[in-house]
Design a binder for this molecule. Structure first.
Ligand code: ATP
Length: 270
């Protein structure tokens, strides 16, 4: 199985509706590419080495599934990329721009948004108030913020219909939409999704997976999709990476991984 580049796609800044100049404003450096490459990443918690030299490439505009059993290091990988935990070694390249060691806020500004596991909506706030959290760090005109919210309401029609309702009234699928919409307000080029299908009914899970595909195909986002549901993730991904005890044990196009009976049996549970 090969390691390294995967998939293909149009992940240009134009595809995301932003000019390269706008990217320069946000990051302080030109964005040459939308791919994300993690090279030789070592990270952990105290004595625990949760990632032990992990190398993964998520191609621009593609969907890369990160799979593996409980404790494999999937969540830690996303936390390390988004700056929530410090990396001990390795590089995190957005295009050819190393963001390792940056703060979470700087990493968001550079173009990487993270939707953690567990649907972090604030149930007491309305849908709109939850969404506005995504624009809190925005400087500039109120009209731009309002327009950005409207853009998300156009993308996520059920949210538009419930904008004045408390988030507690949303279904599991709608909550997932809300946290993804909030992450998109940061105008990312790379979206890290941690178990977006967790706890959802199969029909809703399929809708969330469709949404992930749309974000990649129609909006050119580079998506890193962490999933316990390996079968569902490989059905929509271009490429997959399997982690075990903090190491990459397989990396190949999604169809190849899905067809590998031994791998499915040992690591993927289907
Ligand atoms: P799951 O699907 O169960 O979330 P995972 O593949 O996402 O699994 P991680 O949560 O990244 O795995 O955990 C990787 C390793 O790091 C495990 O050994 C886990 O026990 C350990 N770990 C995770 N979080 C912490 C923490 N806050 N403190 C100490 N060890 C942790």
């Amino acid at each position: 199985m090969n390691r390294g580049a995967n998939g293909s796609g149009a992940g240009s800044s134009e595809a995301n509706g932003r000019s390269p100049a706008a990217d320069m404003d946000r990051t302080g450096a030109a964005a040459e590419s939308d791919s994300l490459t993690v090279e030789g990443l070592v990270a952990g918690y105290g004595e625990v080495i949760a990632l032990d030299g992990v190398t993964v490439t998520a191609s621009a505009g593609g969907i890369t599934a990160v799979l593996g059993a409980n404790g494999a290091g999937k969540t830690t990988l996303l936390r390390a990329v988004s700056g929530m935990i410090k990396t001990r070694r390795g590089r995190i390249l957005l295009g050819d721009h190393d963001v390792a060691g940056r703060s979470p806020e700087q990493i968001v500004r550079a173009g990487i948004a993270h939707v953690p596991e567990g649907q972090g909506v604030i149930p007491e706030l309305t849908v709109e108030e939850n969404l506005r959290i995504g624009t809190m760090s925005w400087r500039g005109r109120r009209a731009d913020r309002v327009a950005a919210l409207e853009e998300e309401y156009t993308r996520f029609k059920p949210l538009a219909d419930r904008r004045r309702k408390p988030a507690s009234t949303l279904s599991g699928g709608e909550r997932q939409m809300l946290v993804i919409a909030r992450a998109l307000l940061a105008r990312p080029r790379v979206l890290l999704l941690d178990e977006p299908s967790l706890g959802l009914a199969p029909r809703v899970m399929a809708q969330v997976m469709d949404l992930v595909v749309r974000l990649s195909r129609e909006h050119g986002l580079t998506i890193v999709l962490v999933e316990q549901n390996a079968r569902g993730a490989l059905a929509v991904a271009d490429h997959g990476v399997v982690l075990n005890l903090g190491r990459v044990v397989a990396s190949a196009d999604a169809a190849t991984l899905a067809a590998d009976v031994a791998l499915r049996h040992h690591y993927l549970g289907f």
